[in-house]
Design a protein around this ligand. Structure first.
Ligand code: SF4
Length: 340
């Protein structure tokens, strides 16, 4: 691990200034040299592996504003402060009863010990588990732009089939993000130029020619709140996660769904796919297939076929397409049976 400066400010403005401090601006562009840390469950891994080498680490755990640690639940929806821990949200009675898809994504992630540490603001920013990204002796466009992609013709069983590019096929690893993108969450961001709010669906960038730039966050910008709007679809919602083992493992395929039914017909449906795409993946074309129709195994599979119609498979990951479809079908049919 490389030496780094450590700051622990008590207000967001100072944290942002520290992340953009002069020394922090002189680092290589591919690896932002000023980084925030909260739970540290991802950052500390990458620092130990020398995948990330921040010059300045800004610990935001002591920010004084209590709202950053609170969950607000009311008729407008949910507001999560960025420092809320995953386990804190998982244990919240309104999250569990009114937004089960969020509960599922939290409960099925990592381990309880990790969820006690990891923050909701940091969780969506976790980086890929592509082994070539984590092992610095291999070429990797995400870690070292222009060096090549070792996974393209290497071991790519874990890799994405949707949203890939010729430069990178790494899968986005998170679960919580699938619930957020399905439920039309927004993200409040504070930065050197003040606060701004964006749709969660705009936060992550497809790899295209610059897989090293993973989000639209500018240097020194900090996620402060995540808002999830209320809606008639949130109670009938489900997340299914398929993985190599039943605990402490990333998704091979996953599906987050939320449904509003009008009798037997689908009035509204939201679908997100995990484990199969380079970013949190909203399957809007698949949603369109279901709207106005009765939801059954046949229409669910019709939607699943559309969801994966643009999949590009590699030597070892073609199995993700049929399993991904079945994951989505199961999520839809299980959600249909839930109480609204
Ligand atoms: Fe690097 Fe992406 Fe290729 Fe993995 S898939 S080796 S992260 S460029």
């Amino acid at each position: 691990m490389q030496p780094f400066a450590y700051h622990r400010p008590d207000d967001a403005g100072s944290a942002i200034d520290a992340a953009r401090s002069k020394s922090a601006q002189n680092g290589p562009p591919a690896q932002a040299p000023g980084q925030f840390i909260s739970g540290g469950t991802n950052m500390s891994d990458y620092m130990k592996l020398n995948v990330m080498q921040p010059e300045v680490l800004v610990d935001i755990n002591r920010l004084a504003d209590p709202r950053y640690r609170e969950i607000r639940a009311d008729e407008r929806g949910l507001r999560f402060g960025a420092l809320v821990r995953m386990s804190q949200a998982e244990d919240h009675p309104v999250v569990k009863s009114q937004y089960p898809v969020i509960y599922d994504t939290l409960h099925l992630a990592a381990t309880r010990q990790i969820r006690n540490m990891a923050s909701l603001g940091g969780n969506p920013l976790q980086r890929t588990r592509c082994e070539y990204f984590r092992e610095t002796s291999w070429p990797c466009n995400k870690r070292n732009p222009g060096s090549g992609c070792s996974a393209m013709n290497g071991l790519n069983r874990q890799h994405a089939v949707l949203g890939t590019s010729e430069q990178c096929i790494a899968a986005y690893p998170g679960d919580f993000a699938q619930a957020l993108i399905a439920l039309d969450a927004t993200v409040e961001i504070m930065g050197p130029n003040g606060a701004r709010t964006i749709a969660f669906s705009e936060l992550h960038r497809l790899p295209a020619d610059t897989p090293n730039i993973e989000t639209v966050l500018e240097p020194g910008e900090l996620i402060t709140f995540i808002d999830v709007p209320a809606g008639p679809w949130t109670r009938r919602s489900r997340y299914i996660k398929v993985r190599d083992r039943q605990s402490y493992q990333f998704a091979l395929t996953s599906a987050a769904v939320a449904i509003d039914l009008d009798g037997k017909a689908v009035r509204d449906v939201r679908i997100a796919l995990g484990g199969v795409a380079t970013v949190p993946w909203r399957a809007r074309d698949a949603e369109a297939v279901l709207k106005g129709k009765a939801l059954d195994e046949s229409t669910a599979m019709e939607a699943a076929n559309v969801a994966f119609s643009t999949a590009q498979t590699r030597e070892h990951n073609a199995f993700k397409v049929p399993i991904g479809k079945q994951t989505l079908v199961r999520a839809l049919l299980e959600a249909k049976l839930m109480e609204a």
